[in-house]
Design a protein around this ligand. Structure first.
Ligand code: BES
Ligand code: MN
Ligand code: ZN
Length: 495
């Protein structure tokens, strides 16, 4: 959908459908007052009947309100006025868009409430709207098109002072939504389509015709030369060759240190010889969602032309059982020279990430953030709401925490204390690849911390947030909003 913003009084807006937010307990605001007056009190008479209460996300479509220029009026509950946030506004807007998609409107206008942060409300509304419209039908023989697709949404304010921020939010919101959508598409593709080779091809495609993006793909023979024994040990059990995808986005001053994003790109994780149970194993096609979020964030950088340098590094492989596969007890040598005893072949994410992290040193990054569906334990700890955050630098952790809040894509920090490191002791190698039953998310990060000594580093465990299971199974695109927010803030495109 296209988005823009305009200064106007709500009653004068000519549109097939005007969406107006209504707060619980009929607390009026300028929009309600103006529309009520133009309709000679019809609106408040309707609200007085009490059917519509204004709970967040509640909707009521009105077709016969006289005195308004709009063809329809959609009342959208926003909850209690004092609880209004960009997040709740987005949640409500998602419901409105779902409903309007089934209607015959095509275009709509949205009267923005006076209160609240207009920039973040518009941005969140757009992200929620695009998310409500999103469908993944690349693999259906016939795509189900909506009867009348929505093509245009215009945010209306009666207060000119908001306009600049709203316009900015339109561009930012759509870029974040588009980046998230790319991450969702890559995530939702099945493992037999989205292989390491496919991901590498998508990276090249992203760079096509774009001066600011340079893509390099390291093949297995290149990785052998670099001594990436940990990464290569994982792909040995698969007939799909591993790829190390490197995307250099050059939007900043030449020579200014890049932010590096390192994303786990495990295109299917069967567990290897330590094979997983059959239950929900299909969902392990989502084990490349960290990598997908790097693609999505780079795409957002391109769309926003952010003035910053970013390097995306995506180690990509499958993890399957086979005669050549890693066996429990095997010892591999990482690019860093440290040796690893593979006690569980299902702890493969850290094996591909450790070599990618060592490789990232050559970019002399200002900061490194890795993103990975790394541990089931993270779902036990935090559920599906927050991504896990662990870092060797408190400033970086705080910066990410704030970005997550602002982008409605939250993280929660877990400790990375040395106390946990000894769980990785191995009798036969420098370290084991698993740390026992307790604190699985922390010991996984402890493992990675041994490969991130030379830079400021944060790790995002997105096992619980990258996709949803059940009837609405699908990738979420997280944490593209968080990462994009982090970068926008770093290069001062927003304050
Ligand atoms: N990709 C999985 C983690 C995962 C599992 C994410 C379920 C989301 C849902 C990872 O490769 C894995 O298998 N981790 C193991 C580690 C264990 C063997 C130490 C896990 O979490 O069970
Ligand atoms: Mn695994
Ligand atoms: Zn995995």
């Amino acid at each position: 959908m296209k988005y823009d913003s305009k200064h106007a009084q709500p009653q004068t807006v000519k549109t097939p459908c005007l969406v107006v937010g209504i707060f619980e307990r009929n607390r009026g605001d300028h929009n309600l007052d103006a529309l009520d007056e133009a309709s000679s009190g019809a609106l408040r008479r309707i609200l007085k009947k009490g059917d519509f209460q204004g709970r967040c996300g509640e909707t009521l479509m009105l077709y016969t309100v006289e005195g308004l220029a709009a063809g329809r009026l959609l009342l959208l509950g926003l909850g209690k006025q004092r609880d209004l946030t960009a997040r709740s506004y987005g949640e409500a807007m998602g419901k409105a868009i779902k409903l309007l998609q089934e209607a015959n409107v095509g275009r709509l206008a949205i009267a923005l409430p006076d209160t609240g942060d207009s920039y973040h409300m518009v941005r969140e509304a757009i992200i929620a709207a695009e998310s409500a419209i999103y469908r993944f039908d690349q693999c259906k023989s016939e795509a189900k098109e909506p009867r009348r697709p929505l093509t245009q949404a215009t945010f209306i304010t009666h207060d000119r002072r908001h306009l600049k921020r709203m316009q900015k939010a339109c561009g930012h919101g759509l870029a974040i939504a588009n980046g998230s959508q790319l991450a969702k598409d890559l995530g939702n593709l099945p493992g037999n389509v989205c292989t390491p080779t496919y991901l590498a091809e998508q990276a090249r495609r992203l760079a096509r015709g774009k001066r600011r993006l340079k893509v390099t793909v390291l093949e297995e023979k290149d990785m052998e030369k670099l001594g990436m024994g940990a990464l290569l040990s994982v792909s040995r059990g698969s007939s799909q060759p591993a790829k190390l995808i490197v995307m250099e986005y050059k939007g900043g001053k030449p020579g200014s240190k890049p932010v590096a994003l390192v994303g786990k790109g495990l295109t299917f994780d069967a567990g290897g010889i330590s094979i997983k149970p059959a239950q929900a194993m299909d969902e392990m096609k989502y084990d490349m969602c960290g990598g997908a979020s790097v693609f999505g964030t780079i795409a957002a950088c391109l769309e926003l032309e952010l003035p910053i340098n970013v390097v995306g590094v995506v180690p990509s492989s499958e993890n399957l059982p086979d005669g050549n596969a890693n066996k429990p007890g095997d010892i591999v040598t990482s690019m860093s020279g440290q040796t690893i005893e593979v006690l569980n072949t299902d702890a493969e994410g850290r094996l591909i990430l450790c070599d990618a992290l060592t490789y990232t040193e050559r970019f002399e990054p200002a900061a490194v953030i890795d993103i990975a569906t790394l541990t089931g334990a993270c779902i036990v700890a935090l559920g599906h709401h927050a991504s896990g955050l662990l870092a060797n630098n408190d400033h970086l952790a705080e910066e990410l925490g704030r970005a997550g809040e602002a982008a409605n894509d939250r993280v929660w920090q877990l400790p990375l204390w040395d106390d946990y490191q000894k769980q990785l002791d191995s009798n036969f190698a420098d370290m084991a690849n698993i740390g026992g039953r307790s604190a699985g998310t922390i010991t996984a990060a402890c493992f990675l911390s041994r490969f991130t000594k030379h830079f400021k580093w944060a790790h995002l465990d997105i096992a619980g947030t990258a996709w949803v299971s059940g009837n609405d199974k699908g990738a979420t695109g997280r944490p593209v909003p968080l990462l994009t927010q982090f970068l926008m803030k770093r290069c001062k495109v927003i304050d």
